[in-house]
Design a protein around this ligand. Structure first.
Ligand SMILES: *[C@@H]1O[C@H](CO)[C@@H](O)[C@H](O)[C@H]1NC(C)=O
Ligand SMILES: *[C@@H]1O[C@H](CO)[C@@H](O)[C@H](O)[C@H]1NC(C)=O
Ligand SMILES: *[C@@H]1O[C@H](CO)[C@@H](O)[C@H](O)[C@H]1NC(C)=O
Ligand SMILES: *[C@@H]1O[C@H](CO)[C@@H](O)[C@H](O)[C@H]1NC(C)=O
Ligand SMILES: *[C@@H]1O[C@H](CO)[C@@H](O)[C@H](O)[C@H]1NC(C)=O
Ligand SMILES: *[C@@H]1O[C@H](CO)[C@@H](O)[C@H](O)[C@H]1NC(C)=O
Ligand SMILES: *[C@@H]1O[C@H](CO)[C@@H](O)[C@H](O)[C@H]1NC(C)=O
Ligand SMILES: *[C@@H]1O[C@H](CO)[C@@H](O)[C@H](O)[C@H]1NC(C)=O
Ligand SMILES: *[C@@H]1O[C@H](CO)[C@@H](O)[C@H](O)[C@H]1NC(C)=O
Ligand SMILES: *[C@@H]1O[C@H](CO)[C@@H](O)[C@H](O)[C@H]1NC(C)=O
Length: 461
């Protein structure tokens, strides 16, 4: 099923690759075939497309948000590998779970008991990925409209009654965690706003993103060393911050900062670059001990719960987005991405993946959705150099729904950013307000990123 590996990869992973997939990180064929095998494992946990089941949902013990993260992963799978075989179930899932027709805000009534701001944002970010990657357009709406609806709802929930601002974790007062403001809910809103800002050029999103980030640092959820902490209780006015650290929380802030860097200019851009560099350096150190992605708060003690198991995969996706919009970070990121990808592949077999990738587990095990989603994210991520840049409202969209593979994977189409002229990058339409000059992302297609990242040296361990 998976190609034999090369001598170089053997040397690098010989201690890890006894039972799992062998991945040659320098071969696109090997990467695609390994990704395909892991994607098949991941989709194997889903039965929502079968008669009598509910589209978009994973069976117990998975939460609603786990499914949202899985659809996002599979949109990226399509974009990175060009394999469109799962596009149908992904599209159906996102539409079916998008909530009532008039709102399209990812608040389906069935999920009320577990639906916090972070859960809702996970689905909105999947819709955002669909918009940015020109995923085939849904029937009665647009991917942008779904993401935008969530943004507009969440900003109304911004709560200045305690902690000087911030989103609460939960939306409904009756859910446990209502009295908690956490970094993942606020970080996901930050990321969503930053991506919407780039997609539309609309400064409303940009200003909100900046506001959320400023609040996060002022309340101490991000400290001076760029550690990103979990959250704090509103009943104590956020005076005692929980110091737990999770990779995908750092990832969501890195992701948002990269977009803010991309769309700002002058001093603003320097400021965002400082934040991005600080967050990246610290959190690559924290979450990649010995170059291997690790959910440090629970993995080392073997206490990860269902929620914790997909976090490092989402972190990988955040890092890939970062490379796309801040290409200068690619060198640093791809180093840990490729060392982790090889290790992740070895921890997977056709029956599942295990969470620990550092060689202490001698066999791949069936850890369920989280480890499979995570392993897939690292493996397919090695193709990021050939992926199209995220499109914008101006460059994406029309006509791009005709083929499931129109903008993914091939690495050769110059039309991959949609209908915009690839030569118009010198003439973006900047909208200037207040402190920010928001220029629409340049319409330069994959050529730019590919040129920077095409070198095999990037993939050396
Ligand atoms: C559900 O989707 C999977 C993955 O695309 C596919 O293999 C399976 O045949 C589908 N099942 C039904 C009942 O359509
Ligand atoms: C809500 O649950 C009912 C009963 O299981 C199901 O028929 C319906 O499709 C679900 N709706 C969504 C959006 O999940
Ligand atoms: C789109 O709208 C039409 C008409 O209301 C409806 O029949 C159809 O089921 C909708 N499609 C989806 C995917 O919701
Ligand atoms: C609560 O915290 C905010 C932000 O730190 C601060 O501005 C506000 O004064 C505090 N309120 C009380 C009552 O301590
Ligand atoms: C900018 O986005 C906000 C939030 O969706 C929206 O209310 C506003 O109308 C948009 N402005 C323009 C000029 O499109
Ligand atoms: C797993 O993540 C949840 C947040 O979803 C957190 O509350 C919990 O403490 C984490 N588990 C461990 C063992 O760190
Ligand atoms: C691998 O991870 C385990 C548990 O996370 C840890 O105890 C061990 O020291 C690590 N081994 C190596 C070789 O890094
Ligand atoms: C912004 O993103 C585009 C698309 O990936 C990229 O070509 C461009 O270089 C980025 N801008 C900066 C300043 O890195
Ligand atoms: C795809 O785009 C064409 C126009 O290019 C449009 O006529 C068609 O309705 C679209 N289909 C879907 C499913 O969005
Ligand atoms: C790419 O887009 C240009 C301009 O829209 C068009 O003339 C050309 O035919 C397209 N090429 C392909 C391969 O679709």
């Amino acid at each position: 099923m998976v190609r034999a590996n090369t001598l170089a990869a053997l040397a690098a992973f010989s201690s890890l690759s006894v039972h799992g997939f062998d991945l040659d990180v320098k071969s696109d064929d090997s990467i695609k075939s390994t990704a395909s095998s892991i994607a098949s494992v991941l989709v194997g946990y889903y039965n929502g497309n079968e008669t009598g089941e509910t589209p978009g949902l994973l069976p117990e013990p998975y939460y609603w948000w786990n499914a949202g993260a899985m659809w996002d992963t599979l949109i990226q799978y399509w974009q990175l590998t060009g394999d469109d075989q799962y596009n149908g179930i992904v599209s159906q899932a996102l539409q079916f779970q998008s909530g009532s027709d008039d709102r399209g805000d990812f608040m389906p009534l069935n999920q009320t008991k577990t639906l916090g701001n972070d859960d809702q944002a996970t689905w909105a970010l999947a819709a955002m990925s669909a918009a940015e990657q020109d995923f085939p357009t849904p029937e009665n709406t647009t991917w942008f409209a779904l993401a935008d609806a969530v943004f507009n709802e969440q900003v109304v929930r911004w709560d200045t009654a305690s902690c000087g601002g911030g989103l609460r974790w939960q939306i409904f007062t009756f859910n446990a965690g209502y009295n908690y403001k956490n970094s993942i809910s606020n970080g996901d809103l930050f990321q969503l706003a930053a991506r919407l800002a780039r997609y539309t050029g609309n400064t409303t999103y940009f200003d909100w993103a900046a506001k959320v980030y400023d609040w996060t640092t002022s309340i101490g959820f991000i400290d001076d060393e760029y550690n990103v902490f979990d959250g704090a209780d509103t009943t104590q006015n956020c005076s005692a911050v929980s110091k737990l650290q999770f990779s995908y929380v750092a990832g969501t802030y890195i992701n948002g900062a990269a977009y803010m860097y991309n769309i700002s200019s002058g001093d603003d851009q320097e400021t965002w670059k400082t934040e991005l560099d600080g967050l990246l350096k610290k959190n690559l150190d924290v979450f990649f001990p010995d170059g291997i992605a690790t959910e440090v708060s629970c993995e080392e003690r073997g206490t990860c719960n269902t929620d914790n198991l997909s976090m490092k995969g989402i972190f990988a996706q955040n890092l890939l987005d970062t490379i796309k919009v801040a290409p200068y970070t690619g060198d640093k990121i791809l180093k840990v991405l490729s060392s982790s990808a090889g290790a992740a592949a070895s921890a997977c077999s056709s029956t599942g993946c295990s969470l620990a990738w550092n060689g202490t587990e001698t066999e791949s095990g069936d850890g369920g959705v989280g480890p499979a989603l995570s392993a897939l994210s690292y493996v397919q991520g090695l193709l990021v150099g050939k992926a199209a840049a995220p499109v914008t409202e101006a460059t994406g969209g029309a006509g791009s729904n005709s083929s499931g593979t129109s903008s993914g994977g091939s690495g050769t189409s110059t039309n991959s950013t949609g209908s915009g002229s690839p030569t118009s990058s010198g003439t973006p339409a900047p909208t200037t307000t207040g402190n920010a000059a928001v220029a629409l992302g340049s319409t330069m297609g994959m050529g730019g990123v590919a040129a920077i990242m095409g070198s095999a040296a990037w993939l050396l361990l």
